[in-house]
Design a binder for this molecule. Structure first.
Ligand SMILES: Nc1nc2c(c(=O)[nH]1)N[C@H]1C(S)=C(S)[C@@H](COP(=O)(O)O)O[C@H]1N2
Ligand SMILES: [Mo]
Length: 320
């Protein structure tokens, strides 16, 4: 994410340059080699670039694997876990990997409340159960124009939500990240309105592509990627995929969302990936896949046209 309050914020437009210093030429050459060696990558096997998932994290078994990124190469584990946005742990892309280690992810509780007949808690162990856990390879497109393909482990969001029996008043779902300044040093600064909050319309939340991730590359989620559970909404810009969720609330009215509160003219509530609707400060027509140098064209709905029917009656440049 990028915000434009220059006096209070360290992020500069230079950070969105496509050839970030993070990807040196040597690394680029290594990955070209890896791509050539593994053209058809089916499961969650890491690319043959030496990018092995952190073996200190528990491995997870899944019942089902679904490739939903058009057969594109999965991004290296190293990139997915060392180029992050998680502002509670710092505003640079490197800070979350460095600082999120102090987040305690167990015990963890996710409260579910609001417009529902059966408020309660999400049981993490129930989700991590191999009987229900799936792997899904999804594209991820950040509003700042970097993107990746990641093998998430998790469960579809809809059946989890249905368990709490949302009422007919539940038109939206609000999500909240943990807010704990002792574990999250950067929340002491007023960069965003903490806790980080996000929301979906109920039909978006119930769409079969909306996913709750608890793992990555066959193992539990690294903290910097949103452990112990985060949303994964692949047709929307990355900031909708809220991390380290502690509360889910069914609401009648459209909930406030952190980035929209900060810059309503830049970050809409819907935030569907759309190459035809520019951000006020840059074009959204292209993106840079982590590990690649040449920018590629951004796809409408990030390449998930099956969600288009959710928005058929809407002008997507007004409801951006
Ligand atoms: N709580 C919280 N969730 C968050 C963010 C954040 O700063 N805090 N950043 C968002 C943004 S802008 C992006 S692009 C994705 C990045 O997810 P990744 O680091 O797993 O790639 O997380 C999203 N979820
Ligand atoms: Mo993002």
């Amino acid at each position: 994410m990028l915000i434009k309050i220059a006096h209070s914020h360290p992020i500069r437009p230079s950070e969105i340059t496509p050839e970030s210093v993070y990807h040196g030429r040597r690394r680029f050459l290594l990955q070209i080699g890896a791509a050539a060696a593994s053209v058809t990558l089916g499961g969650c096997e890491p690319p043959e670039s030496g990018a092995v998932a952190n073996t200190a994290l528990a491995s997870l078994k899944v019942t089902k694997k679904t490739e939903l990124a058009g057969g594109e190469n999965v991004t290296a584990y190293e990139d997915i876990t060392h180029y992050n946005n998680f502002y509670e742990f710092g505003t640079t892309k490197e800070a979350p990997a460095r600082n999120a280690g102090r987040l305690r992810t167990r015990p963890w509780s996710v409260v579910v409340d609001g417009e529902c007949e059966a408020p309660g808690h999400v049981d993490l162990d129930e989700l991590i159960n191999p009987q229900v856990l799936e792997e899904r390879i999804y594209r991820h497109r950040c509003v700042e124009r970097w993107s990746m393909v990641a093998p998430w482990l998790g469960v579809p969001l809809a059946p989890v939500l249905r368990r709490f029996k949302p009422t007919s008043n539940a038109k939206y779902v609000a999500f909240y990240t943990l807010f704990d300044p002792r574990q999250m040093p950067e929340t002491g600064r007023g960069v965003l309105n903490w806790p980080y909050r996000e929301g979906l319309r109920i039909d978006e939340a119930m769409h079969p592509l909306a996913f709750l991730s608890v793992g990555l590359y066959g193992r539990v989620l690294p903290n910097q990627n949103g452990a112990p559970l985060r949303l994964t909404v692949p047709w929307k810009y990355g900031f909708k995929s809220i991390k380290s969720i502690v509360q889910i609330t069914f609401t009648q009215w459209q909930p406030e969302t952190s980035w929209n509160q900060l810059g309503p003219q830049e970050y809409g509530f819907y935030s569907n990936v759309n190459p035809a609707v520019d951000h006020p400060r840059w074009s959204q027509a292209r993106e840079r896949r982590l590990g690649e140098l040449v920018m590629r064209k951004t796809l409408m709905f990030n390449g998930y046209p099956e969600v288009a029917s959710l928005y058929s009656a809407m002008d997507l440049s007004t409801f951006f």
